[in-house]
Structure formats: C-alpha cells, structure tokens
Design a protein around this ligand. Structure first.
Ligand code: ADP
Ligand code: MG
Length: 301
C-alpha cells in the first residue's frame, strides 16, 4: 500500500519506527510534514499538494500531529478524508482528544470513571469551585497542556486559589481535579489499537514529583492490568473515536479513572517496556481496515 505518515520530524523515534515497520511489510512509505501541505479546498477534486506536486494514490495516512500544530494538522487530515483516503485516526477524533474538557465531558456522559473534575471561567466563585470538587489538595490543569507542563498540584485551599487566579490572569483555560494521592505518582498507559489493549506500561514520577510524564523525568516499568482497567481503556478509546490511542489511567480508591486519551501516543517507552512491535501492529490494523473510501466521516464534523 502507499501510505503517508503525517509527521514534522522523521528523526523522532515513533516516526522512524513507523517508516521501518511499514517498509518491512512492503508498503511504500512517505513522511509528509503537514505544515508544508497546501490545498484548494473548494475544488471538486479535493487534493493535497506538497513540494510543488499533488499527493496522489495514497491508500492510508498515519497522522502523528503534534499538539502545537493540531489546528492546521487536522485540516490536512480532513482534506485526505475528503479525498477518500483512510486515516488511522480521523481528524474529528484528534481534535476532540486535544481538548481535555471536551474529552472528559464525552467520557463522563458514557459513565467512564474519572477523577472528580470541575471548571470555571470567572474567578468570582473560585472558593466555591474548589469546594465543589472536594477541596484541597487539588490538581489544576491547563486545558491544552501536554507532557505535564501546565499541571500543578495545589496542596492547600489558599494555594489552589492563588494558582487558579494566576492562570486566569494569563487567560489560560483550566480544569480543577481531585488529586488521586493513592496512585503515588504512578499512572498506567494502555496502548489501544482497534478494540484491543496491545501493550501497557506503568510510568513512575521521579523522586518528589507527582507527575509521571517521561518528559518530566518519569521512568517506565511493565505492569499487568485488571480486566476492569482493560475494558475501561478500550471503551475510552472507542468513545473518543480513536483507533490508535494511549489511554492513561490512575488507580484510585474508587477504581480505575481515566486521566486522558492521547491520539498520537509515543512508541518509544511502550515498545521498550513491553518489547512488542507496536509499529507493526499499527500496520496490521491498517492492512485490515483501510479500504478505499472507508473514512467513516469523509471529513465531516
Ligand atoms: P499532560 O497532558 O500534560 O500529560 P496529564 O493530565 O496527563 O497532563 O497530567 C500529567 C501527570 O500528572 C499525569 O501523568 C499524572 O502522573 C499526574 N496527574 C494528573 N492528574 C492527576 C490527578 N488528578 N491525581 C493525581 N495525579 C495526577
Ligand atoms: Mg499525560
């Protein structure tokens, strides 16, 4: 098959592995930087142009859209969908997953376990908002942060108030969340492909850090998940509409809670800790599911 990987950087571990695994299976693989794509969206024959030429004959795209380029990147994915090209994750699902609030509301609607979460715009009733979610200690998050940046633990009511006011002062949208202390700076990444959890890993925050992100110095370990955790992860990915997803869970006193669902989950940590060929499994899925014109939404939404 002729497959495009939408990625800004061919040297990233995940991109390198996707190129390698695709070629090994005999696919024709090209890495396309979504920010260098341009298109005429009103044409009767939708197309995507790249480096002076139209991209033609592609049967599938693998979007690896970084958080900072979500807006333009998803427009490029949508254009491929309009052309009838199969996208492993559809543009609407990627957009959904990038907004923490929207994601949590969608998951809550379907009864997925979540940390108690609230949000507000005005700081007039901050005091009441803090009480509404159970009081300090509280986690305060910027809605569009990634890699642990913009996630703060406020240990006291006063600290929570100050942090909320500070974020509000710089016009950052935030959510406030129950601090799951019992997870002990550890979360569980479930790598979902289709309707299966294909690999899992535990991430443990470095000494003195409550955030387990690898970018914040966290380390990984193998972990066995419970059937409840497995079904929660699969359901969460399905609700978001993602075929490939990294579902992050916390082990709370009230069962597994979903913290977030990632639409471009990294391959490095999970392949190394699980010793599985996840990039290859993504191609297994594409080979089974990418039929011409089978885009689900065809760019709608
Ligand atoms: P990001 O998108 O920046 O990774 P997350 O919501 O995943 O933001 O939070 C970053 C890290 O902070 C998580 O991996 C987890 O270790 C910790 N964390 C986030 N929310 C909570 C919470 N409610 N209770 C305990 N720890 C949390
Ligand atoms: Mg995270």
């Amino acid at each position: 098959m002729k497959i495009a990987i939408l990625s800004r950087n061919t040297r990233l571990y995940s991109t390198t592995r996707l190129i390698e695994a695709g070629k090994k299976r005999g696919h024709e693989i090209r890495v396309v930087d979504p920010l260098l794509c341009y298109m005429n969206i009103t044409s009767h024959h939708p197309s995507v142009h790249y480096k002076g030429e139209p991209l033609t004959g592609y049967q599938a795209v693998i979007p690896r859209i970084g958080a900072s380029v979500t807006f333009y990147g998803t427009a490029v994915v949508r254009q491929f969908e309009m052309m009838g090209v199969y996208s492993v994750n559809e543009s609407v699902a990627i957009t959904r997953s990038r907004d923490k609030l929207r994601s949590l509301q969608l998951l809550a609607r379907k009864g997925i376990g979540l940390p108690i979460t609230g949000f507000g715009h005005s700081t007039k009733y901050t005091n009441d908002l803090i009480k509404l979610v159970g009081g300090a200690p509280l986690v305060i998050k910027m809605l569009e942060g990634t890699q642990g940046i913009g996630v703060v633990l406020a240990e006291t009511h006063k600290a929570a108030e100050s942090v909320i006011e500070a974020f509000s002062g710089v016009k950052a949208n935030i959510l406030v969340q129950e601090f799951i202390k019992e997870s002990e700076a550890t979360d569980i990444r479930c790598f979902v492909i289709g309707s299966k959890v294909v690999a899992t890993m535990k991430r443990i925050g470095k000494e003195g850090e409550f955030r387990s992100n690898i970018h914040r110095g966290g380390r990984t370990e193998a972990v066995k998940i419970t059937p409840e955790e497995r079904s929660t992860a699969i359901r969460a990915a399905k609700i978001m509409g993602l075929n490939v997803a990294g579902v992050d869970l916390l082990r709370s006193n009230h069962g597994p809670v979903v913290m977030e669902v990632n639409s471009s989950p990294g391959l490095e940590g999970i392949e190394q800790s699980s010793k599985k060929d996840i990039a290859g499994m993504i191609y297994d899925f594409i080979e089974k599911n990418a039929k011409p014109g089978k885009t689900g939404t065809r760019g709608q939404g």
